[in-house]
Design a protein. Structure first.
Length: 137
């Protein structure tokens, strides 16, 4: 075989360039507590938004409601892919939006390379105007 036939196949099968059947995480499992000045916020709608970009909070199919103690939990999601051609790391973004009596706000946003983590626990204080939620250790 000549080099012109071997080279394209060699490039496609370099490690990290091609993934055959795999599961890709879309959003992590997110749980946590929502409060306003140390008082739990009950019955707030919490939305886990894949591909969240600044100022684009909206309702999502990944949703939960806080209980009387301000606790919530939203199950993550993955999808099965038969084939994916990657040329470098994938860009990911996701976030959490909260809707309560004061309106809909972007409470947390993560942006980076790769895939979302499998789970995240957030502690939120809606009294903070900027970055109301922080990941718990």
């Amino acid at each position: 075989m000549t080099l012109r036939f071997i080279l394209p196949f060699a490039i496609l099968f370099l490690p990290g360039c091609i993934l055959l059947p795999h599961t890709e995480r879309i959003v992590p499992t997110v749980s946590g507590t929502i409060a306003r000045e140390a008082e739990p916020v009950a019955n707030a709608n919490v939305y886990l938004v894949p591909a969240l970009h600044r100022n684009h909070c909206a309702a999502s199919k990944y949703a939960g409601v806080t209980d009387r103690n301000g606790h919530f939990s939203i199950r993550g999601d993955s999808r099965f892919e038969l084939f994916a051609l990657l040329m470098g790391d994938r860009i990911m973004s996701w976030g959490v939006c909260v809707a309560d009596s004061s309106g809909l706000i972007e409470a947390y946003r993560e942006f980076g390379f790769g895939f979302p983590p499998s789970s995240v626990t957030l502690t939120c204080d809606l009294a903070k105007a900027k970055n109301p939620c922080v990941p718990s250790a």
